[in-house]
Design a protein around this ligand. Structure first.
Ligand SMILES: [Zn+2]
Ligand SMILES: [Zn+2]
Ligand SMILES: [Zn+2]
Length: 376
């Protein structure tokens, strides 16, 4: 031992620079334990990190599913989610928040889903921990099996440590990310007694398992930075799909595929064009009509002073219009009728225009009517 350390210029610095793992090994050497014990200790310590990471890797998608199925806003289709988004706007009614949603629905959806994820995690939902614990059990069984198989492979003969490690990694069959690079430094070591080695590593693994089990017991929060892909990202992918906005009214595409080449974008409900500040030609009057009724009208779309096209030919207006399918439909959600009335002054001020065409029956809709319709 001494000779090894004398070769290094600055042994103190050397020791400090090394991880405590190595220091641990050194202590065990000095206490006279065998190389096999050091190896078992080192392997188990590395395994702990690898198993923990694998629990997070394997649980992430299942946790996303669990959050989804336990959440009223997320457990249905995209239009149900949209209704919950509108309900969330009503809950903390504020014109600026509504504007943010209209301008950038994708960001609003993301933030909404992140909030739902947060609520589920902070409720310490025991189902989430059960998912992790189940994964931990499975991984532990695979690791124990790999230990037993790799030990059996060599029988009770004197075995090179590296040969066993390689065999062990092979038997793990990619169940966890673990390779010989995790346990360098045993190149010259032998395992004298395979049975003893196997027993020590099994014992150590068992205490490691109990420590990990405690981590996933629900007594402490999950270490969410260890998720390679965060559950809310998975949820966003599952629930939101295409986030393209109608070029007139900003309604989001209903398609659940993030991209759907060759398939037109399509919104379930269009909205009064007021909310995007569109005005009748050469007036300050804001348009309360919705895109899907305008395409069935005789109105014309003014592209420039000398380029006016029938509204139904809206696809000619440019590439972002060409990929939208807007078919005649008069249906308009009560939410937007109420929204235009409630925020009349804000909309007029924002767009420097006048709202003179609000249909009378819109004005009779109450917030309660809107909520009722969205909860249907
Ligand atoms: Zn469930
Ligand atoms: Zn529209
Ligand atoms: Zn789309």
């Amino acid at each position: 031992m001494n000779r090894v350390f004398q070769k290094i210029n600055n042994p103190l610095e050397y020791l400090e620079n090394k991880k405590e793992d190595y220091f641990g090994c050194f202590q065990i050497y000095c206490s006279g334990a065998s190389a096999a014990t050091v190896l078992a200790d080192r392997v188990t310590r590395e395994l702990k990190k690898a198993i923990r990471q694998e629990v997070y890797n394997k649980s992430s998608a299942l946790i996303a599913t669990e959050i989804r199925c336990g959440d009223q806003a997320l457990n249905g289709n995209k239009s149900k989610l949209e209704n919950h988004i509108l309900l969330s706007l009503l809950e903390n009614l504020d014109f600026r928040r509504c504007e943010q949603y209209i301008d950038n629905p994708k960001a609003y959806y993301e933030a909404f889903i992140k909030e739902r994820e947060e609520a589920c995690f902070s409720s310490r939902n025991p189902r989430l921990f059960r998912i992790c614990t189940e994964k931990l059990e499975n991984i532990k069984s695979s690791v124990l099996l790999a230990i037993s198989k790799s030990a059996a492979y060599f029988g009770n003969t004197r075995t090179k440590a590296t040969a066993w490690i390689e065999r062990f990694c092979k038997e793990l069959k990619n169940e966890i990310v673990f390779s010989i690079n995790n346990v360098r430094g045993f190149e010259d070591q032998d395992i004298q007694d395979m049975n003893f080695f196997k027993e020590s590593i099994n014992d150590l693994l068992n205490s490691t398992y109990l420590e990990l089990k405690e981590e996933f017991s629900g007594n402490t929060p999950l270490d969410r930075k260890l998720f390679r892909s965060q559950p809310h990202e998975e949820l966003f992918k599952q629930c939101c799909g295409c986030c393209k906005k109608c070029p007139f009214c900003s309604a989001m595409c209903i398609n659940t595929m993030p991209t759907h080449e060759g398939d037109d974008h399509c919104a379930q409900f269009h909205r009064p064009q007021t909310i995007r500040g569109i005005k009748w030609y050469k007036t300050d009057r804001l348009v309360t009509d919705i895109c899907s009724s305008l395409v069935a009208s005789d109105c014309r779309l003014v592209l420039s002073e000398d380029n006016k096209i029938p509204y139904r030919d809206y696809r000619q207006a440019g590439p972002e219009y060409a990929c939208w399918s807007i078919t005649p439909d008069k249906s308009l959600q009560p939410f937007w009728k109420w929204f235009v009335c409630h925020f009349k002054a804000d909309l007029e001020k924002k767009y420097n225009g006048r709202l003179t065409d609000i249909p009378d029956h819109w004005k009779t809709i109450t917030k309660e009517n809107v909520i009722e319709a969205l909860k249907k």
